[in-house]
Design a protein around this ligand. Structure first.
Ligand code: NAD
Length: 285
């Protein structure tokens, strides 16, 4: 088994996650084709990737120049132009099943029989997405974390039809990106969202009940359990609206323990969405 990334990689959606995914594969030596919706979105994606590479260069994280990496990345607006020889295509379009199915089926038509298709979904069912594909054995979840270049984890999510060859190839490529893969069976919230959201919801319930203030709850977990960040601060970073949407989904699929606390609903209704809004469970300057 080789420990290199594929020579050609496709990334569909060049937003926050797609730009980071394109960056890490290009830094690892792949030629990357990023598919965006239209010319304006393509320009925005190019700028996002350029900014990410500049940041990496400033921090001394690039062994070659940002320009050299950028030269390996093409932005295209038609998935039919994805390279047929691509070893892997990862989609990172918005979290809506119908949009993901549209781009995955278009990508599947463009590439060869051996290409692995992956979704960066944080919560959608791999089985549901793969039902629309003609080669479900070549499809799985590759759940990257934000920010992609700095994050060390990729959750590899296998659906009911994912073949071992596709899974093993992806595990190998994650290693070539110098990241660690955990393999998780397709199930609501995978491993990370299911555990992370549950901890966050319990912390919010403790705040509601007046067990302690937000700073104390976070400090308790940071110092007592060595979590790098307490559950309320982490909810602020993810976004309270994002957490609420995932909690609602997990409540419906996994049951009452994921029922979102009223305080979370109230804060989202008031626009206190976390760091991006300047206010969540903590104040952000
Ligand atoms: N943001 C996070 O922290 C995070 C973490 C892990 C996983 N995810 C998942 O990654 C995916 C993308 O999230 P994001 O935060 O990067 O979103 P984003 O909105 O920043 O990016 C989505 C990109 O997809 C593009 N797009 C939309 N429709 C398209 C189409 N038909 N063809 C090509 N491009 C299209 C948009 O122009 C945009 O650039 C979602 O499934 C999300 O759940 C996000």
């Amino acid at each position: 088994m080789s420990s290199a990334v594929p020579e050609d990689v496709g990334v569909v959606g060049g937003g926050r996650m797609g730009a980071g995914i394109a960056q890490v594969f290009a830094v690892a030596g792949a030629r990357v084709s990023v598919v965006e919706g239209d010319a304006a979105a393509a320009d925005a994606a190019r700028e996002r990737i350029r900014a990410g590479l500049d940041r990496a260069a400033e921090r001394g994280k690039l062994e070659v120049s940002a320009g050299e990496v950028l030269d390996r990345i093409a932005i295209i607006t038609d998935p039919a132009d994805l390279p047929r020889a691509a070893g892997l295509v990862v989609e990172a379009v918005p979290e809506r099943a119908e949009v993901k199915i549209e781009v995955l089926t278009a990508a599947e038509r463009a590439v060869g029989e051996d290409t692995v298709l992956a979704t960066n979904t944080s919560s959608l069912s791999i089985a549901e997405l793969s039902a629309a594909l003609s080669r479900p054995e070549r499809f799985l979840g590759m759940h990257f974390f934000n920010p992609v270049p700095a994050s060390r984890l990729v959750e590899v999510v296998t659906g009911p039809d994912t073949g071992t060859a596709a899974r093993d190839a992806v595990l190998d490529w994650v290693g070539a990106l110098h990241k660690t893969a955990v393999t998780v069976r397709d199930s609501p919230g995978f491993a990370t969202s299911r555990l992370g959201v549950l901890l966050g919801l319990e912390a919010i319930r403790m705040l509601e009940e007046g067990v302690a203030d937000a700073e104390s709850i976070d400090t308790a977990m940071e110092l007592g359990y060595r979590h790098p960040m307490g559950p309320l601060r982490s909810t602020d970073l993810v976004g309270l609206d994002v957490r609420l949407a995932i909690a609602d989904y997990l409540h419906g699929t996994l049951g009452e323990r994921f029922s979102p606390p009223q305080l979370l609903r109230d804060k989202v209704a008031r626009g206190e969405l976390g760091r991006k809004a300047g206010q969540g469970f903590h104040r952000w300057e």
